[in-house]
Design a binder for this molecule. Structure first.
Ligand SMILES: *[C@@H]1O[C@H](CO)[C@@H](O)[C@H](O)[C@H]1NC(C)=O
Ligand SMILES: *[C@@H]1O[C@H](CO)[C@@H](O)[C@H](O)[C@H]1NC(C)=O
Ligand SMILES: *[C@@H]1O[C@H](CO)[C@@H](O)[C@H](O)[C@H]1NC(C)=O
Ligand SMILES: *[C@@H]1O[C@H](CO)[C@@H](O)[C@H](O)[C@H]1NC(C)=O
Ligand SMILES: *[C@@H]1O[C@H](CO)[C@@H](O)[C@H](O)[C@H]1NC(C)=O
Ligand SMILES: *[C@@H]1O[C@H](CO)[C@@H](O)[C@H](O)[C@H]1NC(C)=O
Ligand SMILES: *[C@@H]1O[C@H](CO)[C@@H](O)[C@H](O)[C@H]1NC(C)=O
Ligand SMILES: *[C@@H]1O[C@H](CO)[C@@H](O)[C@H](O)[C@H]1NC(C)=O
Ligand SMILES: *[C@@H]1O[C@H](CO)[C@@H](O)[C@H](O)[C@H]1NC(C)=O
Ligand SMILES: *[C@@H]1O[C@H](CO)[C@@H](O)[C@H](O)[C@H]1NC(C)=O
Length: 357
């Protein structure tokens, strides 16, 4: 009887001890898997942070790394002169990662690894202003992901935009601008109804101009300077309720601008230079009181209504037939200076990491 009790007590202790050991081991194990994955990545880099030396990113407080419960949740190595590729190690082993920011490292080259698509918790995916090349793997995106930012702007990425991107309904900011993307824009991107910023400018995308109907969270749209087919002024121009900035420059959009476009209540900036807009410009009287700039340089507009004449914010009609008439108007002799390259992102991009919500 007594020996049974002793054995029972003993086995409880053994049991408790094994749980404690397991918890400790699990934490250490997660941490060392993350450490191995980061060491693998860094093995292909020059200029990785100098304290990435052991296998303990959380315990040793590696620079640019944030941990939670002993797992790596954020890597922020923006603008630190990283050089090399993303081919080292098993990036997918960083299974708790939420933020991966390697932006503004112009020495970062090579392709985007498809295995990043296995990072189920990734939200902030910042790879802008590097020198990445090759195409965007379709396996990079899946319906289970909860990405919020996808920022690939100003790299050398080619090939077409994978339609799997349209499955990640959580995306709020999408920047693919200033790459060498070709082919059509997948039609299903218009199911990204949480998208607020949509940047596709300065690629060689072709096919029909994307239809943005129903993307009601859109605030900023720039699809300038692509190779889309000749297109009538689209219906969605005047149907996006939150639109503040519409940039569609150097495209082939033809026809007359609808007056309703100007009354979209949050509209601030409308940049439509170098298209084939024609007919009469009628801004109406009900234009958005937020409007700051309408740039219609180099179109085919032949008339402006008297009411539009009373519009007193910046309007640029240089290079339209309406300016050939005798009455020389102020808005016929103006140019806009080129905006800085990464104009819009500045408010979101800074050196502090995006902490997960
Ligand atoms: C990634 O995890 C797998 C499975 O746990 C392991 O076999 C592999 O060695 C890990 N890779 C690195 C670079 O740690
Ligand atoms: C998505 O998640 C669900 C459950 O959360 C899982 O059953 C399914 O296999 C996952 N799909 C993919 C493609 O990983
Ligand atoms: C993309 O660029 C790579 C070189 O970086 C080239 O090998 C490949 O053929 C290009 N792909 C396309 C679709 O243009
Ligand atoms: C879209 O945004 C709303 C409001 O922020 C949020 O509740 C919802 O979960 C988001 N949808 C997805 C698919 O993330
Ligand atoms: C249009 O994009 C090409 C690269 O695709 C670039 O070389 C050119 O300068 C851009 N044009 C304008 C007007 O921005
Ligand atoms: C789009 O461009 C690709 C080459 O980049 C070409 O093969 C395709 O025919 C073009 N499609 C259209 C609709 O112009
Ligand atoms: C003026 O524009 C608003 C949208 O900003 C619209 O709701 C309203 O009906 C318009 N009024 C007239 C008279 O067109
Ligand atoms: C505008 O251009 C279209 C063709 O793009 C033409 O059918 C229409 O007559 C033009 N309108 C005016 C007023 O010139
Ligand atoms: C435009 O005119 C309105 C009244 O007609 C005035 O309140 C506003 O200050 C003017 N804006 C500019 C930029 O001149
Ligand atoms: C247009 O502006 C230029 C200087 O920017 C000036 O020399 C020229 O006289 C102006 N033309 C008219 C018609 O105002």
């Amino acid at each position: 009887m007594g020996s049974w009790k002793m054995t029972f007590r003993g086995s409880i202790w053994v049991f408790l001890l094994s749980i404690l050991v397991r918890i400790g081991f699990a934490q250490g194990e997660g941490n060392s898997i993350d450490g191995a994955a980061l060491n693998g990545l860094a093995s292909q880099w020059q200029n990785a942070p100098s304290n990435w030396v052991d296998f303990d990113p959380c315990g040793s407080k590696w620079l640019g790394v944030t941990c939670k419960k002993n797992r790596v949740i954020s890597i922020t190595l923006s603008s630190i002169g990283l050089e090399g590729t993303l081919s080292g190690g098993d990036i997918q082993n960083l299974s708790e990662l939420r933020t991966l920011d390697l932006s503004y490292n112009s020495g970062l080259t090579g392709p985007l690894p498809a295995s990043i698509g296995n990072l189920r918790h990734l939200e902030y995916f910042h790879f802008g202003v590097n020198q990445l090349s090759g195409s965007i793997p379709s396996k990079l995106f899946s319906p289970n992901m909860t990405l919020i930012h996808v920022l690939f702007e100003k790299n050398s990425i080619n090939g077409s935009i994978p339609s799997t991107l349209g499955l990640v309904k959580s995306i709020e900011v999408l920047r693919l601008d200033r790459n060498s993307l070709t082919g059509p824009v997948p039609a299903n991107l218009n199911s990204l109804t949480n998208l607020s910023e949509f940047h596709l400018a300065h690629n060689q995308l072709n096919g029909t101009l994307p239809d943005l109907t129903g993307m009601d969270s859109l605030s900023f749209v720039d699809m300038s300077n692509n190779s889309f087919d000749l297109s009538d002024v689209p219906q969605w121009f005047s149907s996006l309720p939150s639109l503040t900035s519409l940039y569609l420059e150097y495209l082939k959009i033809k026809g007359e601008l609808p007056q309703a476009l100007f009354s979209s209540s949050s509209l601030q900036t409308l940049k439509l230079r170098d298209n084939q807009l024609n007919g009469t410009l009628d801004i109406g009287t009900n234009y958005s009181n937020q409007l700051q700039l309408i740039d219609l340089t180099n179109n085919d507009i032949s008339r402006i209504t008297t009411i539009s004449d009373g519009y007193n914010r910046t309007l640029i009609l240089t290079g339209n037939p309406v300016c050939n008439q005798n009455t020389v108007r102020l808005y016929c002799n103006m140019t806009v200076s080129a905006p800085p390259l990464i104009q819009h992102i500045t408010k979101m991009h800074h050196s502090t990491p995006y902490l997960p919500k």
